[in-house]
Write a protein that binds this ligand. Structure first.
Ligand code: ADP
Length: 474
């Protein structure tokens, strides 16, 4: 494979000229993910452009880009990064070629991707049509079924009345989970175990979905008890080729939000992995997926797996896949957006070989002693963990950084890599113990208790792990 790769690399260099090269990229985001993309731009010789809200004038992502423009003057801090006309204007006025959306904010908005394309720029991600299908979880479930990929038993389309919800529960039995059709980030889900709770939960879930996602549509799925959350990273090119970059286990969650991610999934039988990666390719091919994406599954105790959704963007946890495959996902995204095929990138399936284990911990400014309430303030002391096998992706990682209540509480992603899972876990623990952060509280003590837990170290994980171990919260 090395000889083949070298051959491909030579071809790649000459084809850069042939393809529609990108000269400048605006990242419609902030914080660590903006910096992650700027780094890839820098390595490729592409001009990087930041946007920042009024409040983010002093933020690190502004300094790390070649150019930076304020967006949404006078708007609320989050609204600034959601200001589509403002962002498009900055692109037009500053001769920008392409936009990378990062994750969160506008990254899953097909209307944003369309606005970028309509302005004559390239959107680094899938087509707006694919984003629209994937952004609607009920449409995504239909696409999975058409591609013969197993889904969790659930309603065919959105459920709009309590009567429909009751009828589903009576027919299919409890427990079930109510989900927002346009939801994300682990929010807007409710588990129902008794018939008497159906009505009340339906109302609550619907009004929450309306408030959080601007759309109150719900659908219902059977609850899978003690599942593992396993997701497959895929890459697709404009010619319809798709490869997978193996899987990640994201079962360690707090309130349905991922906390620790691992690649590859420890203790996953190879035949299940093969079937899941195949299923991920099937659905991606079926919808004509281009660029980077993630196909998420739940896997039950008997080894059955079920599609839950596709995230049509780069994910927070893409780092662990990069560590085990050696493939830079952001660089690949940019090259694909320039029109290169997977083959030209040397990304044939047989060349993608995972090696070792990588773990990512999301260090947040949440206080474990106060129910994981977000903490805020000025960082007085910041010393990071370092050394062999440790990668740090962060933004506000210096003394003087201000942690505001307005944005996500992710402070820094710590990624460890080693040839086996236990060694990767010990490197992570050691690195987290090296951290010294004063001025704001973080979840590091909690992460350390998970990492030292015997069940975690055995790799027997499921999404109930934290609920099953209340002692970790103390
Ligand atoms: P979101 O897009 O909000 O992240 P997902 O559909 O990806 O929502 O689900 C997030 C998490 O919620 C899953 O990883 C899992 O822990 C839990 N979950 C979702 N659907 C089910 C289900 N049918 N049964 C059990 N747990 C579920």
């Amino acid at each position: 494979p090395w000889l083949k790769c070298n051959f491909v690399r030579k071809k790649w260099c000459s084809s850069i000229v042939k393809h529609n090269a990108i000269r400048s990229i605006l990242v419609a985001n902030r914080g660590e993910i903006a910096i992650r993309v700027f780094r890839a731009c820098n390595e490729l010789g592409i001009k990087s452009v930041a946007i920042y809200s009024e409040m983010d004038k002093m933020q690190m992502h502004r300094q790390k880009a070649d150019e930076a423009y304020m967006v949404g003057r006078g708007l609320a801090p989050v609204e600034a990064y959601l200001n589509i006309p403002g962002i498009i204007n900055i692109c037009k006025e500053n001769d920008i070629d392409a936009v990378h959306p990062g994750y969160g904010f506008l990254s899953e908005r097909s209307d944003f991707a369309q606005a970028v394309i309509d302005a004559g720029l390239r959107f680094i991600g899938p087509s707006p049509q694919v984003m629209q299908t994937m952004g609607d979880k009920t449409a995504a479930r239909i696409a999975a079924k058409e591609a013969c990929v197993p889904t969790v038993p659930g309603t065919e389309g959105p459920v709009t009345t309590e009567e429909e919800a009751l009828a589903f529960c009576q027919k299919h039995g409890l427990p079930v989970i109510f989900k927002a059709a346009h939801g994300g980030g682990g929010r807007g889900m409710r588990i129902v175990r008794n018939m008497e709770e159906v009505k009340e939960n339906f109302e609550r879930a619907s009004s929450k979905a309306q408030a959080a996602f601007g759309n109150g549509e719900l659908f219902i799925e059977k609850l899978i008890e003690h599942p593992r959350h396993i997701e497959v990273q895929i890459l697709g090119d404009h010619a319809g080729n798709i490869v997978h970059l193996f899987e990640r286990d994201c079962s360690i969650q707090l309130r349905h939000q991922k906390l620790i991610e691992i690649a590859p999934a420890p203790q996953l039988p190879v035949e299940i992995r093969d079937k899941m990666t195949e299923a991920a390719i099937q659905i991606s091919k079926h919808v004509g997926y281009e660029n980077a994406g993630t196909v998420e599954f739940l896997c039950d105790e008997s080894g059955n797996f079920y599609f839950i959704e596709v995230n049509a963007r780069l994910q927070v946890e893409h780092t662990v896949t990069e560590e085990i495959t050696g493939i830079d996902l952001v660089r690949s995204q940019i090259r694909i957006a320039e029109g290169m095929t997977l083959e030209e990138l040397g990304l044939c399936q047989e060349n993608i070989v995972p090696r070792g284990f990588a773990i990512q911990c999301r260090v947040t400014t949440e206080n474990p002693e106060q129910g994981f309430q977000p903490d805020m303030g000025r960082i007085e002391v910041f010393r990071s963990g370092e050394g062999m096998g440790i990668r740090i992706d962060g933004a506000s990682t210096y003394p003087g950084a201000i942690i505001s209540p307005h944005y996500d509480s992710l402070l820094v992603k710590v990624i460890s890599y080693a040839i086996d899972f236990q060694v990767a876990a010990s490197k992570m623990s050691r690195a987290l113990r090296e951290f010294r952060i004063r001025g704001v509280k973080t979840n590091i003590p909690f992460l350390l208790s998970v990492l030292n837990n015997e069940r975690f170290l055995n790799g027997t994980l499921d999404t109930h792990f934290i609920d099953d171990h209340p002692e970790l919260m103390r």
